[in-house]
Design a protein around this ligand. Structure first.
Ligand code: ZN
Length: 434
């Protein structure tokens, strides 16, 4: 891990690295070559931005591995269906991502890039001391052969499938007694509540929230239930964007990516990401939909990397389905999201609201696609998901999606029938964690 003594030193390093990397990208990616034609490399900080739409439209020309979108998509989708995760095409790993905009994204990375990525994350989240044995419980929607194939006598990964009913995992968690627990915020919250209610024996040394926005209320409950700080990994298809330091403050990974700020408003901004290392699918000046809140006071750890008070976008809510005996079956937001996205490419945007237990209101924007067919596909996917979770199929109603920007942050998946869903005043995570 590179360490920087000051912002100035960090920014000098970033600038040199970015120029070298972007020069390489221009040589190897037809898309970026066209986009930056006639521009001076020194001005890379003001080069045109791209977004997920542009990335997907020009996938074939963006990537430097001569991989077509059709081929990558077919392989990735087949893997989702058969749950053979992170499929490989030769040396390349492909995958699907949902992203905040609700449009399906496609990523491709070389094996070397994936290993480097795993190593970078592990170096930052493993509890200290580094030579201690670690049992890592990983709650993911999809198993990642990246982690589970990591062979080490000191580090053992154990995968817990989010598609299984949560209670099925309790015995295994007790037997495993993980030292490190990594899971989406909604799962951590569920486990925290189960622990408080005495249904679950679990005492990890470190807890890391991934994949979903860590809601301040959830954070305080998780922290209280386990008697420790809740750490975070902030990542996207676009790369590893942030990791918490020992103080529990989320720092941007500016030693890997440059994060420029778009539409800054009182410390709140959307990131424009430039990955300084990825070559298979280069990410340069890429606009993310996430909304970040800058931390105003300096972090006591003294890191030169920018500190984030919280990520405001992509807040999830765990929906409640009904079991055969009338019991509540949790459906985590990422699972709902996946079900919707698997229903088809035609879905431009969506929201899933739960007006009452076991009831889902799905709003879709489908462009010019045949709407009835899309709705049927969505209904089927949601029913399949419910069956896998051992819940009754939810009653699904559809509506046209109308999006209005406003002060209320957008949540793609949201529960409406609980006080939980009401807006809450933000709590700085640093204060919560202490
Ligand atoms: Zn810090």
């Amino acid at each position: 891990m590179r360490r920087f003594r000051s912002r100035a030193e960090l920014e000098r390093w970033q600038d040199a690295r970015a120029r070298r990397h972007i020069a390489w990208v221009i040589d190897h990616s037809a898309f970026y070559r066209k986009l930056y034609a006639g521009r001076a490399l020194a001005e890379w900080r003001s080069f045109p931005t791209i977004d997920k739409h542009a990335m997907m439209e020009s996938f074939d020309e963006v990537n430097t591995a001569h991989l077509s979108r059709a081929r990558a998509e077919a392989v990735a989708l087949r893997a989702e269906e058969t749950r053979d995760f992170e499929p490989e095409i030769g040396e390349l790993t492909v995958g699907l991502s949902s992203g905040t905009s609700g449009r399906r994204g496609l990523f491709v990375a070389s094996r070397a890039e994936r290993w480097k990525y795993a190593g970078t994350i592990l170096a930052r989240v493993l509890p200290r001391p580094l030579w201690a044995r670690q049992r890592i419980a990983l709650f993911l929607r999809a198993n990642s052969n990246l982690y589970t194939s990591t062979r080490s006598s000191r580090i053992a990964f154990h995968y817990f499938d989010l598609m299984r009913p949560m209670e099925e995992h309790f015995d295994r968690l007790r037997e495993l007694a993980p030292t490190l627990l990594i899971a989406p915020a909604s799962v951590l919250r569920f486990l925290a509540d189960a622990r408080v209610q005495g249904h679950l024996i679990l005492a990890p040394e470190k807890i890391v929230s991934v994949a979903e926005v860590l809601d301040p209320l959830d954070e305080s409950r998780i922290s209280a239930a386990f008697g420790q700080k809740v750490h975070q990994i902030y990542q996207a298809t676009e790369g590893l964007l942030g990791v918490t330091c020992p103080e529990g403050t989320l720092h941007l990974c500016e030693d890997h990516v440059v994060i420029q700020r778009d539409d800054e408003d009182r410390g709140r901004f959307s990131p424009i990401v430039t990955d300084l290392f990825r070559t298979t699918q280069p990410i340069i000046r890429y606009r993310l939909d996430d909304l970040l809140q800058e931390r105003l006071d300096p972090c006591p750890c003294g890191s030169a990397l920018a500190a984030i008070a919280r990520i405001e976008g992509r807040t999830g809510d765990t929906l409640e389905l009904l079991g055969a005996e009338g019991q509540v079956v949790p459906a985590f937001p990422d699972v709902i999201t996946r079900a919707i996205l698997l229903a088809g490419d035609e879905i431009d945007a969506y929201r899933v609201l739960q007006p009452a237990r076991g009831k889902l209101l799905v709003s879709l924007s489908t462009g010019n696609a045949e709407r009835a067919a899309v709705e049927d596909a969505v209904r089927r996917r949601l029913h399949d998901m419910a069956l896998k979770l051992r819940a009754l199929p939810p009653a699904v109603e559809f509506a046209e999606l109308v999006e209005r920007p406003g002060p209320q942050k957008l949540r793609r998946v949201q529960r409406l029938d609980l006080p939980h869903a009401a807006p809450r005043p933000p709590v700085p995570p640093a204060a919560e964690a202490k």
